[in-house]
Design a protein around this ligand. Structure first.
Ligand code: 4AD
Ligand code: MG
Length: 459
């Protein structure tokens, strides 16, 4: 068979442009997602990976290979020569009449997937075959487009993309959740002549770039040795961290809101088939939920107001599992979700947190008790994004760093405050949590290609 480079994506594109011709000859290579025949005519649901939707292949009794094709198994890879048949009246607007096929890769009896719905738990255990399942076919396409949309948004705004390091000596969040990087267990600091770990955030390394290039961002993998075994925590996840100079907390929240709306709109526009799938199969109404976000302005509520609301709710009979609610506490996911789901009923910023529960680099507010931080909370997930105005005052930051005990190791970071410093702000958006929100998938393990969580690193 001669090879003509064509994919099902090309066919759908050409159809959309009105250029797909009846009778057009095609050569395709891909996988069988379904094969049934009634003795005279057979249908293959065919997918070559280039498009979410399957293409229907039709083989008829006059095809000399009929019996052979009828025995092709689910998931086998095949090459197909055939002709386009336009079927505008049918559910699928075209099909391919098969003239010749060859089996490229057969499927053995122990193939674990079947043409039926499998549980997410089962699929997690076969992560190397998961991309073939419908949900994951849709998910990884959205993941891809979302990553592109992120770069597109920032590049269109003239932000500078910075590659911050993955191996570092500092715990940017100061929360003690770093994975150590050790080459020789007998000499743990030998290789770098320092304590090295995997980065928990690119923020501290991107700040110096914001103080030279004004609008910057980093977008890469981050790592946290958190022992919390929840559906929203992963040991490895991706984070988007813009850092902007001459910008305060308000500017920061404006950017976050504009950014979120842009990328959600991009996915709605560019992944309609995938989003329809999620809307029908995973979370009914997720498309409307996303559209609603585009048209709403995110409410801004202070931490202090938030605590008052939670206390009131409790007085009025709402049961929180974690019931000890007081000013100064770190909010649990159930509290965040109550605020965003029951009170605001949409995305909201919680701002001005007690300084004791937030990171050392956040700007101290005039009250001396709270810091200029903002967490973006969304229904179904809770916190997806955290940011702050950074402390630009040398003395105040020095004090916080002395308390934290990281002044020695981060002297360079402190120095930025005396070498032409300026007010600046930034945030970190958890890419994987954002994907959960957009697709309605409720476990972070199901939005990552190869999730890493405590006790789990099979692939
Ligand atoms: O709130 P976090 O810890 O903020 C920072 O790391 C700042 N340095 C960001 C900045 O200002 N540049 O993390 C930011 C986001 C969270 O809102 C959450 O979405 C996500 O990262 N995140 C996680 N996602 C998955 N698994 C985990 N273990 C996560 N921890 C944080
Ligand atoms: Mg946070």
């Amino acid at each position: 068979m001669e090879r003509k480079m064509i994919t099902t994506y090309d066919l759908f594109l050409s159809l959309a442009k009105g250029e797909l011709k009846d009778g057009e000859s095609v050569f395709l290579e891909g996988w069988i997602r379904g094969n049934r025949d009634n003795g005279n005519i057979g249908f293959i649901e065919f997918n070559d990976g280039s498009a979410f939707k399957n293409v229907q292949l039709v083989y008829e009794k006059d095809n000399p290979q009929y019996d052979e094709i009828a025995h092709y198994k689910y998931a086998a890879s095949i090459a197909v020569k055939g002709n386009v048949v336009l079927t505008p009246a049918n559910k699928q607007p075209f099909e391919i009449k098969v003239s010749e096929t060859s089996l490229l890769g057969d499927v053995s009896e122990d193939y674990p997937l079947q043409k039926k719905r499998h549980s997410f738990e089962f699929l997690r255990d076969i992560a190397y075959l998961r991309p073939r399942a419908n949900t994951f076919n849709a998910l990884f396409r959205v993941r891809n487009k979302l990553a592109f949309a992120i770069h597109k948004f920032f590049q269109e705004k003239n932000f500078m993309y910075v590659h911050t390091p993955i191996i570092t000596t500092n715990d940017a969040e100061g929360a003690g959740q770093c994975f150590k990087v050790v080459e020789d267990m007998k000499d743990p600091t030998g290789f770098f002549n320092a304590n090295a770990c995997l980065t928990v955030s690119g923020q501290l390394h991107v700040e110096p770039f914001a103080l030279a290039f004004r609008d910057t961002y980093t977008f890469g993998p981050t790592f946290r040795a958190e022992h919390s075994n929840t559906s929203r925590h992963a040991s490895e996840f991706w984070m988007i961290e813009p850092e902007i100079a001459f910008a305060d907390l308000e500017d920061n929240m404006d950017l976050m809101e504009e950014f979120l709306k842009y990328i959600i709109n991009y996915v709605l526009t560019n992944c309609p088939d995938e989003m329809n799938f999620f809307n029908t199969m995973i979370e009914k109404g997720v498309i409307d939920k996303m559209k609603h976000i585009l048209n709403s302005s995110f409410k801004r509520v202070t931490y202090t107001e938030g605590i008052e609301i939670l206390k009131k709710a409790q007085e009025n009979g709402h049961k929180f599992e974690y019931s000890d609610i007081y000013w100064g506490m770190d909010l649990q996911s159930e509290h965040e979700r109550y605020l965003t789901e029951e009170v605001v009923k949409g995305p909201m910023f919680l701002i001005d947190f007690p300084k004791e529960i937030k990171s050392f680099y956040m700007k101290l507010n005039k009250d001396g008790k709270t810091v200029a931080a903002c967490d973006l909370l969304v229904p179904g997930v809770g916190e997806i994004c955290g940011g702050s105005q950074r402390e630009e005052n040398y003395e105040l930051l020095k004090e916080r760093m002395e308390e934290q005990g990281n002044k020695e190791i981060l002297e360079w970071y402190l120095n930025l405050r005396k070498y032409g410093g300026c007010i600046h702000s930034g945030f970190g958006l958890g890419f994987d949590r954002l994907l959960m929100y957009i697709t309605g998938l409720s476990n972070i393990r199901d939005v990552q290609p190869y999730p890493r969580t405590p006790g789990s690193i099979k692939y």
